[in-house]
Design a protein around this ligand. Structure first.
Ligand code: GRF
Length: 207
């Protein structure tokens, strides 16, 4: 039997990159047995790129144009080419504000994860913490899931619950969800690194 390849993560993000930081920290603290191959962003001035560069991680802006909300066509091919060039063998979407399409999914089958700020399948889509607050749920949280062709629909790997407090605002609730995200993402990636995710239909079993 051949030895398992070390996990080399390509991180895709559009924003501040706090989840990217949690992955960097988990690797440094040896809670996550992986390397970050590269950080790619569709926003040239995104903090996630500056963060990666500070840690001497290869970081590139790659335009998603002409599309605004999906990664498709030539832009998708440019992302796949960069991920391959940097030797990524898995992809972590960390605040990447585009729907990924079959081209990227097919290039890394079963090896693309996303983090979502709600307990899926509740509150898919944008600004889920605001949706949760407006709905009046008492508990929300975060979800790390494998990415499929839907929006926030893939098999669930790790979830963490966060109580909604009486005096929560959108900002305080999102801040507490992010604390849990920063634990959940490295945990899920470590399961992928150890080859312990067995997917059967919708269900992910940790072996
Ligand atoms: C997180 O809340 C994540 O759940 C969502 O986008 C946000 C990204 O935050 N998908 P950051 O850029 O990692 O700080």
């Amino acid at each position: 039997m051949s030895a398992r390849q070390p996990l080399r993560i390509g991180i895709l993000g559009s924003g501040k990159g706090s989840n990217c930081q949690s992955i960097i920290d988990a690797i440094a603290q040896k809670r996550l047995d992986a390397e970050i191959a590269c950080v790619l962003s569709d926003v040239a001035e995104a903090c996630i790129l500056a963060r990666a560069r500070r840690h001497r991680i290869p970081a590139e802006f790659i335009s998603g144009a002409p599309f605004k909300t999906k990664l498709d066509g030539e832009a998708e091919q440019a992302y796949i080419a960069a991920l391959r060039r940097y030797g990524a063998n898995a992809v972590a979407l960390a605040g990447f504000m585009r729907i990924v399409k079959p081209g990227l999914l097919g290039a890394f089958p079963g090896r693309i994860l996303n983090i979502h700020p709600a307990l899926l399948p509740a509150f898919p889509g944008m600004e889920s913490w605001k949706q949760a607050l407006a709905y009046g749920v008492k508990v929300t949280g975060c979800t790390v899931h494998l990415v499929d062709a839907g929006t926030d629909t893939g098999p669930i790997v790790v979830q963490k619950a966060v109580p909604v407090l009486e005096d929560d605002t959108a900002e305080t609730l999102h801040a507490r969800i992010q604390v849990e995200e920063h634990k959940a993402y490295p945990e899920a990636l470590q399961l992928l690194a150890e080859g312990r995710l067995a997917v059967a239909g919708r269900r992910v079993r940790v072996t």
